[in-house]
Structures are given as C-alpha cells and as structure tokens.
Write a protein that binds this ligand. Sequence first.
Ligand code: DPP
Ligand code: ZN
Length: 852
Amino acid sequence: PQTIRLSDYTPPAYLVDEVHLTFRLNPSATRVTSRIAFRPNPEARERRFKLDGEGLKLIRAMIDGEPVTPALSDAGLTCDAPDAPFTWEAEVEIDPEGNTALEGLYMSNGMYCTQCEAEGFRKITYYPDRPDVMAVFTVRIESDLPVLLSNGNPVERGEGFAEWHDPWPKPAYLFALVAGDLVNHPGRFTTKSGREVDLNIWVRPGDEGKCAFGMEALRASMRWDEEKYGREYDLDLFNIVAVDDFNMGAMENKGLNVFNSSCVLASPETSTDANFERIEAIIAHEYFHNWTGNRITCRDWFQLCLKEGLTVFRDSQFTADMRSAPVKRIGDVITLRARQFREDNGPLAHPVRPESFVEINNFYTATVYEKGAELIGMLKTLVGDDAYYRALDLYFERHDGQACTIEDWLAVFEDVTGRDLAQFKRWYEEAGTPRIDVEESWTPGAPGAQGGGTYTLTLRQHTPPTPGQEVKNPRVIPVKVGLIGPNGDEVAETRVLELTEAEQSFAFEGLTAKPVPSILREFSAPVILNRDSDAAERAFLLAHDTDPFNRWEAGRALAREGLMAMIVEGAAPDRHYLDAIERVARDETLDPAFRALALGLPSEEDMAQALFDAGHTPDPQAIWEALDALKSARAHAMQDIAATLYDAHQVRAPYRPDAEQSGARSLANAALAMLGRLDGGARAQAQYDAADNMTQQLAALTCLVRANAGDAAVQAFYDQWRHDRLVIDKWFGLQILNAEPARAVEVTRRLTQHPDFTLKNPNRFRAVLGALTAFPAGFHDPSGAGYALLTDWLLKLDPLNPQTTARMCSAFETWRRYDADRQTLIKAQLDRLLAQPGLSRDTAEMVGRIRG
Ligand code: DPP
Ligand code: ZN
C-alpha cells in the first residue's frame, strides 16, 4: 500500500466550478450521473486529468458531449482532456445495500445515507476527491421514498424526485444525501441579522420523542457562535439526520449533518446525564464546523487538525459556558490522558499534523482532535484572550471560502500579535508528550525584613522519542502557576510562565515564607508534570488550592501514589488520601459535580501507565485488585458521610439534564457505589425499582452487577428495553465492564452469541468488544483469551467494515508495556491479523504500526 506524504502535496490539475448530480436510488443498483464543469488550475504543476473512484461500475463517460473511454484502475480513472474549460459527464452504478463499510452511499434500516469524509465520495462517483477542490453542488434525487434530502436549499419537489442546491462551494467530503421514511422534529432560529432558519431533526418513526433536547442544543449552539465568535448561519435550512449504523459520532455535511443516532437521540428514560452532555457537545461541534471546517476547510488531509482541533476547542468552550467550566476541564483532561497520552506514548504516536499516512481514516485520532484542541488553548493562553479573538476574526475574514493549512492558521496569529510562532509550530510537527521536571529553591529574606524572600522554580522539559522522531526540540510551553502560603492563602495569583528553553528558572519575589506552588493550573499545557511532593503537601493543595483543576489534580495524585504503594510495596490504603477525600466529600461549599469527580479514582489504564513510567511492569489484575481494595477501604471509612450524601443529593424535582441536577445525581451515585460495597446492593435495588430515568436506573444496575446481585435486574432491564437499541448497547457493555476480571472474557464471549449481537452495527460491536478492551483486567487475562477473542472478531469484521476494525486495533497499542508472556501472546495475535489474506489497508496499517 502506498504511503502519502505531506511533502508531496501538489495543487490539483483542474478545478471544479459546478457539479450536477442525479441519483436514481435503488438498493442494489443505484445510478449516479454527474455533470461537472472543469477548468485548468493556473497553479497546477502538471496537466493530467485524473479522477478518484472506488468500487464504481462505469456505464458511460463524455467530455463536452463526446463519448470517451478513460483508463480505469482500482483507484480511479485517467483520460485525455482539453487544456481549457470542459464539461465531464458520467454515469456509474453503485450498490448501497452491499456497502457494509458505511463509507459512500449505504443503507441503514431501509434508509439511504452517505458518509463522505474523508474519502467516501469517490465511492459515489468519479471525482477529484480532495478537499482543496471546492464546487457548487446541485443534486437531484429520484426515489419514491417520502423524504429526500441533500445539502443546501430545496429547489424543487415533485412526485418521485427532489432537487437541492447548495450555493456555498464545498469539497466533496461535505456532500450528503439522505432518503427514507423519516419524520422530523421541527424548530426555528432567527439569526442576529434576521435570517429565519428552519431547523429539523429527522429520525425514524418512533424516535420523534427523542429530539427535543437536540433541537435546544442546536439553537443554543447557533446563538453561542454568534455571541462568542460573531459567526452566523448562512442557509435558510439546517437539517440533522439520525442514523443507526454509523462509523463515527457525527458528520458536519453542509446544511445536512448526519449523526450516529447515539449522538443525537435523547430522552430522560433512555439517556444518562453523561449522554445528554455529550449530545449537546456533539451537536455544537458539528454546527460549529459550519465555519471552522466548511466555510474554511483543509487544503489536504494532513491539515485535519485545522478544523478538528479548533472545533473541539470551540465545543469545549461552549460546554464550559453552558455548564461548569472547571468540571468540563477536569473531564477533558481525564479523556486526554486516557486516550491521547496513551496514543502519544506508544507505537501509534504521531504529530498533531501528521507527515504521512496510508489510510487517512486511521488519523481521526485523539492526537488530531484532543491534542489539536489543547494547542489552540495554549495559543490562546500565550497571546491572551483579546488577541485570540482578533486573530480569529482575521482568520474568518482572510480565509473564508478557502482550503487552508496550519501555516495560514499560525500566520493570522503572527499578523495580529507580531509574535514569532516558529517555536510554537513544533507542537504541530513533533509527536510525544513533553515531561516537565520541577525543582524549587527558597531564599528567605534578611532576618527581620518581612517579605524579602524569593522562591524560584526551575523547569526542565524533555520529550521522549516517538516512532520516526528520535530527537525532540524544546517547545514553548505556557505553565500557569500560583503560590499558596503556609496558612492556605494565595500569595501569588496565577501567572503564565513561558517555558521556551530546555531548562529555565522563574523567580517569585517579596514572599514572607516558603510557599507551596500550584503548577500547571487549569492544565495549561498537555504535558506530564513530575514533581517530588509528599502526601501532606498534596492534601494541603487539595484543601486550599484556589484553582479547581489543581485541587482535583492534588487528590488524583494522592490517590495514584497511594495505589502505587499498594501495588508495588503491598502497602495498606493511604490514610492521608482517605482523610483528605473525606474532607472534600463533606465540604458543602464545593459543587457536587466537583466532589463526584474528586471521588473518582485513577483508571486502570492511568495506573498501568504510571507504573510503567516509574519503571515497573504493570500487572492489570494487581491494579484492579488495588483499586478494589482502596474502594472498599474508602467505603468503610466513609460510610456515614456516604449515606448522608446519598440522601442529601436525591433530586426530587422533575428530571432535567442540566449541570445542577446531573451534578447532584453524580455525587449521589458515587455515594451509592460506596454503599453498595457495604449493603450487598440493597439501596441499589431500591433505586433500581424506583428509577424513572436512565441515569438512576443504570447507576443502580451497575452497582447491583458489581455486588453480584444483578441477575434479576439484568434480565428485567433487557425485557424492558429490548426494543431500544441504544439502551441495549448499554446493557451489553455494562455486563462486561462490571464482571469479575476473570470472567470478563467469558461474559463477552457469551454476549457475542446473543441474538442481538451483530457485526453490521458499529455501535453494537463497540458496545461488546469495546467494553472488553476498556476493561484492562479482563482484556489482559493472563491466558491470552481476551486477545484471541478480540482478534477472532476483528478478523470477522474487517472484510465488512475496515474503518471500525482498524480503530479497534488500538486496544493492542500498549502491548510493549506488559510482561514478556503477555507480549508474546499479543504479538501472536498481531501476526495472525497481518497474515490474514485480503486484510484491509486500514487494518494492515494500524497493526503494522502497532507491531513495529
Ligand atoms: N468531521 C467529523 C467530526 O469530527 C468526523 N466524524 O465532526
Ligand atoms: Zn469534527
């Protein structure tokens, strides 16, 4: 398979002004005719007419009305073409029903839908399928289905057809078509300049009751983008469609967003508080792409972070504004560490802007998305809020309608601030998570002179090598720091230290006593901070830090260090931790959502990485046991307060998925989990029986399964929800995630035999096999049975859906961190995958990179 390199970029030979497409829909034989106006690109270096196309049956082709016979290959066609503007016409046949890869035009439960990002349009018709070719699309759909949708505005609707026109030039990856027996939940929005926009959420009949929340989230997003970024919507219509079979979360097609139904459908009875929050964020994310992605798109797929990093950053800001900023930040950092640090510290590490790829689908990663967003956050910290928004204004003004690069993006910041961002650009080019080691020194003032002391922080940065990048250069790292005095008062407010050298010292003068530093407030950079500290100091920060993130971080560090001692030295659960966390739990001045987060513990994955970094070989079972022992010790130590918290945070008001209610429920359910270790699940059973919303029902069921008291409830839950596939996904996952580690593989295997398990639905596949891989103590069973089971199913899925298969291979990405026996077992499975005849390009690339 061919490696594609950023350095090989060349401008397209021909540009497209207009595209006319006609679809005659048929499940197994859809005819697509195209009429495309090409003109030579004055900037091209060579004049070769080449169109991408995959899996297409070419019926006929013409140039300026004359039949032509192009040279066909697996990847597309070439043809002699004029060195002047011309019209290309072609007719192809495709098979939506047979399209199980869910890229291009496919069918899901009787409806037609498309997914074209990144390179799916070439499975629909022959086209220059690259984002720097932007064109105006007119689309005619012929079908007897009642709802026929495409991008832009409706032009004409008649018996058996509909015509759409999108006035905004766009790359082919933003094309979309949907046809089916759908119903809509309508809404309306008036933009700040008075444009009336019709909004619709289209769903299968039966799902109408799950649209109201998404509609409100959409309206809130539209308002927010006007207020915060001055960005207004630009069509009279905005459609969202829910699709059950979808590889990703959602897709920002112009005027016609297509969503995985799990990322838009919501009701209190079927969705948890976390689902609601995620849905709100994804609706915002896709809507925000209208400006950061669609109006300004990417020149090539290496620039993916240009739209994704920025749009994730924007949706995080939105959630922080809609809910609690500290809670959102803590949640984002938990995810970043779990997914992106894991990626950045293993064989799949790659720069935020990669330099090469085999299959672009493999680069829709936590690094491009989440680390990409962190880079925007650092930039904002470095230039300041005011300059940030001025740079964004310039970006929209200068580049509207263009396909851009990271260089274009950085240039607007340089032009607005006069600052040289050459060093900052390394963040886009160099992979790996920087480590910062901290040293401190204290010089008291002269005797008798109050406030003459100087505290000095010395920061040293280094980034370990990553595949293909042995040497790393110092980066510019914004480190937010504040100082706390011995009595708990803040003696130096947050300031941004700009670390630009490998080693640098920063002095704080005028202090009366040696302070305790609060470093990397708000997690101001995606780095690993190493600082020798003791439990007493962590507990002090947990009690006194004014920065909520670092307060949470102090508790997390205390827990992690206690767990390390339990695992490595066989120590007992740490009293400092238990005492400090109890004080936080009791502190009524703290937001319940924050307290619930503080009661969270490092994940098994966090602990494996921490042990590995400290020079130990992690044993997933030992990690699970230490966590289990700590949870039990904590439950005993905190039983009074747990019961109090549980009772005090019961929500009596009608269900609302807002920050306040969901915070109360998360704290009550954290208490329930503690109590469940003591009462055999009695309270959980009562909560289960009384629950009128999914958050309460699922928390109770989880607790019952953990307490080995869940068999009846598991059956009852299935009977109640068997008609709702999104709820049944939860049902599959929770049985695996809460099994005894030694039984997890067996439970997974049993569930793959369940009649509701299917390879055709990515959500279901992830709910089952994804749950196993998200449970390290189960997945890494010393027998290797978890590895073999996953591989069996990856081999079955790959011929049907390469994209989802490849993504799930990342379960193996941490393999070199484990003991020799496990490494041997995993390597055997990686080799088994690679030996599979006809293995997809997607999966072959992933497994090849993981195996190294
Ligand atoms: N562009 C899409 C998104 O991130 C990819 N699924 O929103
Ligand atoms: Zn996106």
